[in-house]
Write a protein that binds this ligand. Structure first.
Ligand code: ATP
Ligand code: MG
Length: 277
């Protein structure tokens, strides 16, 4: 109903994308921040949801110190709108604090309230990027099950591939997620990225009933190394090769938004219907 309404009018329908991995330290936050930056430069409005309160989280990458967080929302003290941090033109962040780390303890009513308020922001943002924590726990699964596109970040390390496979398998079995996208990170170039993709595709197509879509790669780039005192505005720019690679990922994500609307909306519909909460 909502999706049909939005697609018939000229309103923006937010495309929801998670950035996830299984294994830690593979570059989820790096991809989230740089993809947001690239999309913003292309004129898209992006909301980042910080689904992780790890050490190198979104706040630190962006050099922000949020006053209010989702905790204040769940306590009923603040609206979602008041919690948002406007990082720069076209990039806003929704700080989570502990708000998303223990979703199981949040009652169903509050979860639904969250999804409701998030969907009310639908006409404001082109993209919601959810930077998830590492691992395969219930919170990570829940977050991944509520978005339209699951972007799995994989590096050439074998553990990164096996952990990504474990996460994909769980999301498919427990949450009925059946479409996944893959970004290869810290690779030498396209050849290595495609190689990782082929290996992942081989096992997923053999053992699981899912689709795995290749969306691109980010080369290993010393300029992307995080320095905690830098923020997104004055941090070192990615190298030219990384910028081009990020632009390709952004193009691909935008292409999904434009092409996959029915698919995405349907998935959202099924997620709601199956009550993944
Ligand atoms: N393409 C890259 N080239 C070089 N360094 C990178 C690249 N991508 C990420 N890094 C570096 O690798 C480290 C881990 O990256 P990041 O924090 O983004 O990973 P993460 O998956 O979010 O980690 P966590 O699981 O702890 O949340 C950081 O120091 C980051 O700067
Ligand atoms: Mg991170």
């Amino acid at each position: 109903m909502t999706a049909a309404y939005n697609s018939m009018s000229n309103r923006i329908q937010t495309r929801t994308v998670s950035v996830t991995s299984g294994k830690g330290g593979v570059g989820k936050t790096t991809l989230t921040v740089n993809l947001a930056q690239t999309l913003a430069e292309m004129g898209k409005k992006v909301l980042i949801l910080d689904g992780d309160i790890g050490l190198a989280n979104i706040d630190i990458f962006l050099g922000i110190r949020p006053q209010k967080t989702l905790d204040d929302f769940f306590n009923g003290d603040e609206t979602l709108e008041n919690i948002l941090v406007k990082v720069q033109k076209n990039i806003h962040v929704l700080p989570s604090a502990s708000g998303l780390t223990d979703l199981q303890s949040i009652d169903v009513y509050k979860r639904k309230m969250l999804m409701d308020e998030v969907s009310m922001l639908d006409n404001t943002y082109d993209f919601l990027l959810v930077d998830t924590a590492s691992g395969i726990d219930e919170n990570v699964q829940y977050l991944n099950s509520t978005v339209q596109d699951v972007l799995v970040v994989i590096t050439p390390e074998p553990a990164s591939m096996t952990d990504a496979y474990a996460l994909i398998k769980l999301l498919n079995q427990n949450k009925k997620v059946c479409r996944f996208s893959m970004v290869a990170n810290k690779v030498l170039g396209e050849k290595e990225a495609k190689d990782i993709y082929r290996r992942m595709e081989r096992v997923t197509s053999r053992f699981l009933n899912i689709s795995l879509n290749y969306v691109g790669y980010i080369p290993f780039d010393p300029k992307l190394r995080q320095l905690s005192d830098q923020n997104i505005v004055n941090r070192a720019r990615p190298s030219a090769a990384s910028s081009i690679a990020l632009k390709r990922i952004a193009d691909s994500v935008i292409g999904e938004q434009e092409l996959g609307e029915i698919n995405g909306s349907l998935q959202f519909f099924w997620n709601q219907l199956l009550d993944v909460a």
